[in-house]
Design a protein around this ligand. Sequence first.
Ligand code: NAP
Ligand code: MG
Length: 399
Amino acid sequence: MEKIKMTTPLVEMDGDEMTRILWKMIKEDLILPFVDLKTEYYDLGLEHRNETNDQVTVDSANATKKYKVAVKCATITPNAARVKEYDLKEMWKSPNGTIRAILDGTVFRAPIVVKGIEPCVKNWKKPITIARHAYGDVYKGTEMKIPGKGKVELVYTAEDGTQTKELVHEFKDAGIVQGMHNLNGSIASFARSCFNYALDVKQDLWFATKDTISKKYDHTFKDIFQDIFDAEYKEKFDETGITYFYTLIDDAVARVMKSEGGYIWACKNYDGDVMSDMISSAFGSLAMMTSVLVSPDGYYEYEAAHGTVQRHYYKHLKGEETSTNSVATIFAWSGALRKRGELDGNKELMEFAERLEKATIDTIEAGEMTKDLALITTLENPKVLNSEEFIKAIASRLA
Ligand code: NAP
Ligand code: MG
């Protein structure tokens, strides 16, 4: 069989621990036998980040600007324990944070839906994708404890020195206060990423805030979305047959529960943080959740939503058998290959991505799965495979 040719490379960002082990197996068994793979390889494993003073992370993000499509393995975000474990020169920043700061954009997370792994919410038939705004609000907030009687005000000092004030509260007694902000530019690029992604996957877009209570702050989000939609996207949405729908956050939550899924739910930073955990656990498993960073300039970085699965890695190092779910990492590869194919007009590559996903889903639906899924499946007598056997089972279907 002749291998599928690629014209432009993908940016490949290797990572850490158990997902690094899976990464190699996925490439060897599921991709290299079928695709004449072209990648520009960046080793984001913690040792190499440390050796390069984290320059490799910055280089990989810049390469993504050049080639437009990247696939990333999960990576360790160092904490004090990791600094010791890996004898690090510094507590390097989160690679995802660094990449996001360079590319800008929005993270979209969608569950991979298979028969036999049923969502807790009975009427959810199709995936619900969460788009989380990744800038500002309480994540960049300033807080104060107010010890007692006194006045708290918001003060804006313009460059020419003129001041605008707004009373927050006349405290009669002790209390707390919080100041937060967002930027029109950031909200606008969030909106554009969401509209572009909706067109890309041909799904409706929902957006919700608390604009009835927050008449300036949340209302600005609503207005910016609407203005950009009307000016730049309305026609394209009509042509594609999808809709943009704004509602109050309370109403959105109630409708989500009663819906059958199949749309994108754009969330402000805090709402997205909370709701994505609810959606992923209600759909079954973090190991069945894909994640893609979409920049307003049209760069795409695909990854799994979960981490490096450290506990399984330590078992693996001790020579014990692991049954780690590789589905989200496989879908990161298929997502990146499909997008590469789309941008290059490479139909064969797009079809391969489709076949890879189908073989993965068919394997699980045939009852062959890793332990995490076997524990929650409604299929009877699932066959529990180890990490390698599961990938080999997909490979044999793919061949
Ligand atoms: P994790 O790697 O997501 O794993 C947490 C637990 O969830 C695992 O111990 C395992 O449970 C289960 N799990 C997650 N993915 C699984 C899979 N593919 N197959 C089977 N079970 C799976 O999170 P963590 O252990 O908190 O974090 C480990 C490292 O990952 C940290 O250093 C963190 O910085 C990093 N991290 C990276 C990213 C990223 O690069 N995007 C995201 C999150 C975390 P059991 O042990 O019960 O089987
Ligand atoms: Mg969270």
